[in-house]
Design a protein. Sequence first.
Length: 174
Amino acid sequence: MRTIPSAALWITLLAFAHPAAAQTQPPAPVKQPDCSAAEYRQLDFWVGEWNVTMGGRQAGTSRITAEESGCVIHEHWTGGQGGTGQSFNFYNRQTGKWRQVWVASNGSSLDFSGTLVDGSLAYTGETTTPAGGRVLHKLTFTPNADGTVRQFWETSADEGATWKVAFDGRYARK
């Protein structure tokens, strides 16, 4: 004599017989962060080949490139006196701030962070003198209506009571 399995047994057998039917759809792939957001484009006005003057005199040349899928703005500087340097500028999504790291051919370096303020990228930073004193820095990049860019850099050795102009450069496209 043949027995007929109960309904519960049939459901169990069907579930194990077709395991794919019991599984859910795989999760949709998560979009990895990239540098396509508007914040990453805030310094794009500086990208290009430039002649740089200060007070109407040639100060140097600069080649600014967007690299790493637009995540880094990379400056290649050649000064009129022969010195060279490079800066790496990037928007840090964790801090919500821009960062610039500058390294010169003489071994000096600077590290700034900043934000976009009224259309200008305004950086601040500090360094230490060989005697241990603190020097504050303000560095601003401003796009001008005529297509030039102004880089204005000030320093203070007295905790910001007074400021001296370190560089006031005008970048004109080659």
